[in-house]
Design a protein around this ligand. Sequence first.
Ligand SMILES: [Zn+2]
Length: 190
Amino acid sequence: MRQPTNAPGNTAPCHEETVELSVDQDDLIVRVNAAWDHFALDNDGAHLANDAVLGWNLLDSVSGKTSKSFMLALLELARRRDREVCFDYRCDSPRLRRFMRARLRSDSSGAVHFSHEHLYSEAFPHLVTFKTAAQRARDTAIRCSLCNHVRHDGLWKLPEFVSQQVFDGRTVSVTYGICPSCLEMLEEAR
Ligand SMILES: [Zn+2]
């Protein structure tokens, strides 16, 4: 499953409207709402619109081993619980810090229903651009799929800081993972 080009390497859609997606008990995508199509079309993802993703395995869309395990753990948590799982994440664009809220709930069939709500956005002081690297290289940084912080010199730092202070405003080449504080958030939710 290909991603829209500026999606954060995971299944967290960035859009002003609340994007909804449901998977069945086997993690196959069985429903997306109209906002999903708007999101896909706005992000060079025309091939993902008009129900093209129905029948695809959600986990195939998650890039990076850590992000995949995180998604598996979330699905497992949602199915084990009888109440909603809710967490906040970032889905930045080069100009905006975008604050999002994800909610997951399961039903008796084992299906899991996701919603991604846009909370608010703030402008970055300068352009902050990332591109997904095909492979890790010496200058490839790790970006957290959830909070968008970037690991540099062994520390997780603000994306705008790394972009400006370390890369002098150039596009930063990244692979995706989950930072320790976001992993801890999931542990606490268990
Ligand atoms: Zn994080």
